[in-house]
Design a protein around this ligand. Structure first.
Ligand code: MGD
Ligand code: MGD
Ligand code: SF4
Ligand code: MO
Length: 702
């Protein structure tokens, strides 16, 4: 029996924790994983791990995980060869595009697309050939306002200032729950320890959330806020900073600050208090505390992105950091300098070059908001979507009004999914093309090193051999590209395997051949526990990509949204508003098929304040019907004093009991899909991002 220890990062979520994985080989049996632990020697994660990491083994061994291409005939699935599959995709998509135009084929790319390096490097090798304007992704049910704000203010959608959590004295968190999510657009393994360190050095953590979340519970101060009220709170804070002279000079070149000051002059703490339910004096005090801290940072995430004023919120977050002198400052918000820098190697972004056909939602970065996907399929006329390619995504469970999309997929002429499972979405596909699993793959994180709270880098070799006949994600896209180019007579530029691309990028990058580090793939092999390239430091001024290399504080489209904000009709005060929540044992929709993660206390309940429950005559554990404009679900309700009155919370990604889903453990789980309630018309009007939070609902006994 031979035991071997391997070191690699987990890339299931954004925290990229270092793991130590033990494998065992016995006699002639194939190599097995015998333990997965946190790697104490990892320079970044320092031994941190969460329960999902051990599921890497469960994913590996899951009998439901597909291991060869599958073709659906009626309700039955049959294995099919790779080349036959590629040719079939090429033939069907080429035919549909020839008859109905290029936009008749839509694309949806899900969350693992940015967690898996082969998808990062190669999905566009094929998808780009389709030349369709109907491209969608999980970005527009997630962080789109972050990108749009950075694009408009700093000239590049990926120039995202990261909270310098390790050096700040005051961290204001709105709509993020890093203790459950492990951090987001802030790659921060071991976030709890880092937050506690702020408190130990005499600093403060303040959380704004309609639920007393795990993070709120450990904070020095928690402010309950009515869902969607954050723009009001942030406006009240910014106004106070101006009015009370609490601003501090910045070294950054800035245009438009006077315009901002004028535009928000009437939006003072008193006026804003009415909109967010937080007393005016508390809003003012928050501004004073923030400005009074030597080093402070305002950080906002999902709860303020996926709501009706997502872009306004993220713009205000930037401005609060800027006018208090905390943007591009140690202990404030800083941009990373990664070894492979997507800011340097990609164009800054694009906005509103075209609009969706039916609802005229704006393009960003070549994509349209996914809230428009179903209507583009269901609305007849020129340009109607008739075929779909999904990549590592489950939009039936993850996008607003998922039921409508579920139905729309039934009507497609052709659908192909690059995915590991037959799930709620891929059950509609004609073909599923499954890739190797995470541990059979090399990995270099091009995405999350960009958002990390330190400059870090590492390269992970695959731990398990690639099974015979299996293909990596990137190889699937090369196969599809070749078949499609052949079919359509298009020219295809040669490509390199991802590892070689990464090697080239590293050599040419900031720490490459021209630097003292001389990074390449080879040198990274010497750092199995990762390589720390230093703390974040001020660098924004020379990296600005705006036309005049100055920060644009007052983008026109955002200022215009202030008018929508000021004149918006509020739902009546007694309306129940739905928000989401995450749990550390879950990951969006796809990790419910592993016994170790779903066992124990159920986590799919609707949470409701006990006073609201009493008012509605409901008791703990009772089945209730939750309904919104678009639909209804049944689920159990639980009382929780952590919920703000008038707000109910339901995690997304559940509701697996649907015909044809082949995930045996997930199917046994109770629970319903939160996105059968969320509304495809409820949007952040500037970006078109879905407003998944703050959805008006009714709750009645089932
Ligand atoms: N109501 C509500 N809705 C939400 C959210 C919310 O907070 N509330 N959150 C939103 C957010 S932030 C996100 S990111 C989205 C996520 O939305 P999606 O990306 O659409 O959904 P996931 O559940 O992440 O699905 C991932 C899919 O990728 C497959 N997969 C996993 N690994 C691989 C791989 O290596 N290769 C391939 N080819 N496939 C793989 C899985 O089988 C699964 O089908 O959901 C959004 N939806
Ligand atoms: N365990 C686990 N980890 C994950 C994921 C997962 O599904 N499970 N998903 C990963 C993904 S794809 C992402 S994008 C990240 C997300 O990372 P986070 O943004 O940290 O995740 P959430 O837990 O959704 O936190 C959102 C918080 O916003 C609050 N909220 C809702 N509406 C409002 C509002 O109107 N205003 C304010 N101020 N707060 C509001 C919610 O109560 C919740 O506490 O997590 C990632 N990590
Ligand atoms: S927090 Fe958990 S899921 Fe995320 S990278 Fe670390 S071990 Fe993996
Ligand atoms: Mo996400």
């Amino acid at each position: 029996m031979t035991k071997t220890l391997h070191h690699r990062a987990c890339h299931l979520c954004e925290a990229i924790c270092g793991l130590t994985i033990e494998t065992t080989v016995e006699n002639d049996a194939p190599m097995r994983i015998t333990s997965i632990k946190g790697d104490a020697l990892d320079t970044f994660s320092r031994g941190h791990i969460c329960p999902k990491a051990v599921a890497l083994q469960d994913i590996q061994d899951d009998p439901n995980r597909l291991r060869q291409p599958m073709r659906r005939v009626g309700q039955d699935w049959h294995p099919i060869g790779w080349q036959e599959a590629f040719d079939l995709v090429a033939e069907r998509l080429a035919d549909i595009q020839q008859r109905h135009g290029q936009n008749a084929v839509a694309v949806y790319q899900g969350n693992p697309s940015v967690h898996n390096y082969g998808l990062m490097t190669h999905s566009n090798y094929f998808l780009g050939l389709l030349k369709t304007r109907n491209r969608f992704s999980a970005t527009s049910v997630d962080q789109l306002p972050h990108h749009l704000t950075s694009y408009l203010m700093y000239g590049h959608g990926l120039l995202l200032p990261i909270a310098d959590i390790d050096h700040t004295d005051f961290m204001l968190i709105l709509g993020g729950n890093p203790l459950a999510s492990n951090g987001s657009i802030m790659t921060v393994p071991d976030v709890e320890k880092r937050l506690r360190a702020i408190q130990t050095r005499g600093g403060k953590v303040v959380v704004v959330d309609p639920r007393r979340s795990e993070t709120a519970a450990m904070a020095d101060q928690h402010l309950f806020i009515r869902p969607g009220g954050d723009a009001a709170l942030l406006l009240g804070v910014l106004n106070t900073l101006f009015v009370e002279g609490l601003t501090r000079a910045t070294h950054l070149p800035v245009d438009g600050l006077e315009e901002v000051r004028a535009a928000i002059a009437s939006l003072d703490a008193d006026a804003m208090s009415v909109r967010c339910g937080i007393p005016a004096e508390q809003i003012r005090q928050l501004a004073r505390d923030f400005a009074g801290a030597e080093r402070a940072v305002c950080y906002g995430r999902m709860g303020i992105s996926t709501q009706a004023y997502g872009t306004l919120c993220h713009w205000l977050v930037q401005l609060i950091n800027l006018v208090t002198g905390n943007l591009d400052r140690v202990g404030g918000a800083l941009c990373t300098e990664p070894a492979l820098d997507l800011v340097a190697s990609t164009s800054g972004g694009s906005f509103n070059r075209w609009q969706s056909r039916v609802s005229r939602l704006p393009e960003y970065g070549g994509e349209l908001p996914v809230s428009a996907l179903a209507e583009e399929m269901l609305t007849p006329g020129e340009g109607q979507v008739r075929a779909l390619v999904t990549v590592a995504g489950n939009p039936v469970l993850s996008t607003p009004n998922g039921r409508r999309l579920d139905e729309a997929l039934e009507g497609l002429a052709f659908m192909v999914s690059v995915d590991l499972y037959i799930n709620e979405t891929t059950r509609h596909a004609d073909l599923i093309l499954p890739s190797t699993s995470a541990l059979e793959n090399d990995h270099y994180d091009t995405t999350f090193n960009l958002f990390a709270v330190r400059n870090v880098t590492r390269f992970n070799r695959a731990i398990l051999a690639k099974p015979e006949g299996a293909l990596h994600d990137w190889e699937i896209f090369v196969g599809l590209a070749k078949a499609f180019a052949h079919r359509t007579g298009r020219e295809l530029k040669p490509t390199l395997p991802p590892a070689q691309m990464v090697d080239r990028g590293l050599r040419a990058g900031l720490y490459g051949e021209a630097s003292g580090f001389k990074l390449s793939l080879d040198t990274l092999n010497d750092y199995p526990h990762g390589l720390d390239l230093g703390a974040l430091k001020p660098n924004l001024a020379p990296r600005l990509k705006t036309g005049n290399q100055r920060v644009q504080a007052a983008p026109e489209v955002i200022l215009a949204d202030l008018v929508r904000f000021a004149t918006a009709q509020q739902p009546p005060a007694d309306t129940l508003l739905l928000i989401g929540r995450r749990h550390v044992r879950s990951n969006n929709s796809w990790m419910h098929n592993y016994h170790r993660l779903v066992k124990g206390k159920p986590r799919h309940h609707l949470l409701m304040n006990p006073e609201d429950m009493a008012r509605h005559g409901l008791t703990d554990g009772q089945r209730v019907r939750v309904a919104s404009r678009v639909g209804g679900i049944e689920v159990e309700v639980m009382g929780s004093v952590d919920m703000m009155r008038g707000v109910v919370s339901l995690p997304h990604g559940w509701g697996h009991r649907r015909p044809g889903v082949q995930m045996d453990i997930a199917r046994e789980q109770p629970g319903a899909s939160a996105n059968d309630l969320t509304d495809e018309r409820h949007l952040d009007a500037v970006s078109g991002n879905a407003a998944l939070n703050g959805v008006p609902v009714t709750v009645t006994a089932a």
